[in-house]
Write a protein that binds this ligand. Sequence first.
Ligand code: GDG
Length: 504
Amino acid sequence: MKLLEGRLITVSNRLPVEIKHRGGQSRLSRSAGGLATALDSIWRFCHGIWVGWAGAVDSGSGEHLLEKASRGRTFSFKAVPLSRDEVSKFYSGFANEIIWPLFHDMPSRCDFDPEYWEVYQRINRRFAQAAGEAASGKDLVWVHDYHLMLMGRYLRETRSAARAGFFLHIPFPAPDIFEKLPWRKPVLRALLQYDVVGFQTDRDHCNFLSCIERILPEARSSRDESHTKVVLEGRCTRVGNFPISIAFEEFANHAASHDVEAAAQQFRHELGNKYLVLGVDRMDYTKGIPERLKAFRILLRRFPELRHRVTLLQVVVPSREEIPNYKELRREVELLVSQINGEFTESGWVPIHYMHRSLTRKQLVTYYRAADIVLVTSLKDGMNLVAKEFCAAQVDESGVVVISEFTGAAAELQHGAVVVNPNDLAGVAEAIHRACVMPLEEKRSRMRLLRDIVRTYNVQSWAEAFLNAVLMAEPAVVGAAGSSGEDTNFPLIASSSPQNLKSA
Ligand code: GDG
């Protein structure tokens, strides 16, 4: 990686730690989720500041806790305060009732409330001011995810000279979907204020360029070896795909530890001689949990010989419970679980073990190690780290990945995994059956391939690729026609991602 002379200023909606107020007392806890896990390992190589919301509303009293939490770390925390009303309109509203469903191709779930847009702009400006105050010219600002798409624009307004990159963790939709957004132009224009805009997959990268072509036809594009350059009003943005990954060795070592091995054996012993199918998801309608349960019901109906011999362990982590859609989803999931268990349970066998809570890392890795099959049926998913974590934890190399074609991970893992269309419930049932009866040698050769991919394209190589792209960014302003004079029509994609290498 090119040397970062200054500091890394990471900006995300939430800090990786959360302040909770209870009974007049403030406490700090780790916040859950893929982003916090992924970035944890990056800080070993850089120092800097993490800017984000600390969880508690109208807080101020938690500053000393954040200060304490940063002791012994290579970075400190800078909290951006949000009021209850702002959390409701910015986070639950604009981010999670507009952008989240829209970008996951579910526009009918959107509530395009104009007040949400007002608050989204205000909060993005506040985040930009916080990052702008913290960053000097040599620093690099790395902004994460859909909550902060406008920050690039406001960061320029603070006159910050720091280079700035944006990474989108969720999918980017095709133009027919994106153009439903009433604020499509300002959002695209703001994204083009970053030096680098990164996506999870070629498909997202392509969709973004197609949206620019349709909505901002005045923008010009050209390509170099690995990225597309987009020039708008004299400013050049590099666009690329950078599939996120996991800390492979950490997961693999944890899974191989004596503790986890003993816990996995104990769990397998209690389960008896059964195929263990594992699902791990946040409670979210994009994850296809009802579809998975229905497919499992079809499996038990069509392959009666598997009754008593297969168990689905479905872990669902509570998420966004303040949003009505999410409450309804929980009811639907729990009704399906009880219907299926009611239909098939017999003495000594309950087909679905359902957990609605967050597990410790050790429990999670134990289940990854113990399971025969991981079942990922997202209707749409930026990447899906669970599939990659499962591969890392499969130190015995005998597990099978059954994964939806609509995840970013499927683009990388398709040659070793069994790929399904999550809307094809009978097809998913067939795929689970196939995974159950697959010969051990085939399972092993598939899992070896998957583990090689995840080991090679790990979270560190992801971060290095992204940060290098930002460090290579040209000075903020270039000639309006682009520096190389090689402008071409859209779309032009050049990718150095594992998605282009995996089939080798
Ligand atoms: C977004 C995008 C993209 C889950 N349950 C527990 C637990 N987890 C951890 C997993 C994993 C993470 O949460 C979930 O990551 P995913 O990638 O599956 O999904 P999202 O939360 O939707 O993440 C997604 C990701 O960002 C990264 O870019 O892949 O597409 O939607 O790391 O291990 N962790 C613990 N207990 C649990 O019960 N400790």
